[in-house]
Design a protein around this ligand. Structure first.
Ligand code: C5P
Length: 225
């Protein structure tokens, strides 16, 4: 239907879940443990929001945003993300970029424009992909689907620590409100809403360390072999 050219025999681990649940950290840990590639799909939506701001586009201008997403001059180099050759890794993490990403992500045209770019990350020996619709839309044939979550309070606290560590000023109660607002928007949008697919295993990391969460996903993956 959509011409998915990704080799179906390359295993994918899809890790979906709400904002600041630790998906990215866990997904990267799993990728490192298995020697797999890693896709941070949220970064693509953040890049669209950042590029749109720079181009002076409105965040509800679907045709222009979709065109921008289609030819997004982005590169992933190790842990760095580049937009038009400029390192924007930290700029992508600001709260305004997070809010912008959630808005552009609600547009079907933008999601379609990013579909093949995400699937192109599926290369041997395997891929760990994190986002909201990795298991439901982008890689429906993923070998393992995980829905990773944690309580909103723990997630706000984690995001707060991340920002403070980066020297970005933050306020925990504002973060909690923003998270709840973003969760509600991601879960209620008509296109690719954040939902736990029935075939995804639930991993609640509220009381877990990163190492425990990584080990759990790796063990679940080994069970599928
Ligand atoms: O995961 P992250 O917080 O970086 O994602 C930023 C925003 O991008 C999310 O709030 C969500 O709206 C959107 N997103 C999405 N689908 C994905 C990944 C992210 O809609 N697969």
């Amino acid at each position: 239907m959509n011409g998915n050219a990704s080799p179906p025999d390359v295993p994918v681990i899809a890790i979906d879940g709400p904002s600041a649940s630790g998906k990215g950290t866990v997904a990267q840990g799993v990728a490192a443990a298995l020697g797999f590639h890693y896709l941070d799909s949220g970064a693509l939506y953040r890049l669209v929001a950042l590029a749109a701001g720079r181009a002076g586009l409105r965040l509800d201008d679907e045709p222009r945003l979709a065109a921008l997403a289609e030819r997004l001059p982005a590169e992933f180099c190790g842990s760095d993300i580049l937009l038009s050759g400029e390192v924007v890794t930290d700029a992508l993490r600001t709260e305004s970029c997070s809010a912008g990403a959630s808005r552009v992500a609600s547009l079907a045209g933008v999601r379609t424009a990013l579909l093949e770019r995400q699937r192109a990350f599926r290369r041997p020996p395997g891929l760990v992909a994190d986002g909201r619709d990795m298991g439901s839309v982008v890689f429906p044939d993923a070998r393992l689907k995980v829905f990773l979550t944690a309580s909103a309070e723990v997630r706000a606290e984690r995001r707060y620590k991340q920002l403070i560590d980066k020297g970005i000023p933050a306020n925990i109660s504002t973060l909690l409100l923003d998270l709840r607002e973003r969760d509600a928007r991601d879960a209620s949008r008509p296109v690719a809403p954040l939902v736990r697919s029935p075939d995804a295993r639930l991993l609640d990391t509220t009381g877990m360390t990163i190492a425990e969460a990584v080990a759990t996903v790796v063990a679940w993956f080994r069970e599928t072999a």
